[in-house]
Design a protein around this ligand. Structure first.
Ligand code: CMP
Length: 137
């Protein structure tokens, strides 16, 4: 069993796709262990995406991520990190495979519906960022 952090981003929350996206997780044996609807401040979004500081899209990305409610969740399952990333599809929905979450619900590379941790260490940092010290269900 492995845990990963996903975020249903403000574009997908505003478009009413929380249920659709959770349905995809649950029908692919990714179990929700924690969830929290948050309205991030710009500073909190910058802290979460600190590895991208200095990149051209950093300001726009963190403004978008603090533009409205988002839903971070801890998901658990076999090979959860890699399987979540496969279900999400490519970062840019224009390159995402048919049937993936980003193909279905994302608008562009920034407004791309979901985030998913990319490695074990990142998952540990990201889970602790939104769910510090909690006893996971
Ligand atoms: P995410 O998986 O949340 O991780 C970092 C985010 O930065 C990524 O999804 C995109 O939303 C965003 N991103 C990555 N590359 C670009 C880019 N070239 N232009 C705009 N946003 C980007």
């Amino acid at each position: 069993m492995e845990r990963t952090l996903t975020i249903i981003k403000p574009d997908a929350v505003a478009a009413g796709h929380i249920g659709d996206i959770i349905k995809i997780f649950e029908s692919n044996q990714l179990t929700i262990k924690a969830a929290r609807l948050v309205s991030l401040t710009k500073k909190e979004a910058e802290g979460f995406y600190a590895v991208h500081r200095g990149k051209g899209f950093f300001d726009s990305l963190t403004s978008f991520m603090s533009s409205g409610p988002a839903l971070p969740m801890v998901l658990e399952g076999d090979d959860a990190i890699a399987r979540l990333r496969k279900l999400m599809g490519a970062t840019n929905p224009a390159n995402a495979e048919e049937g993936t979450i980003r193909k279905l619900y994302a608008q562009d590379i920034e407004h791309n519906a979901v985030h998913g941790s990319d490695a074990t260490e990142t998952a540990a940092f990201e889970i602790a960022y939104f769910f510090p010290g909690i006893d996971l269900a």
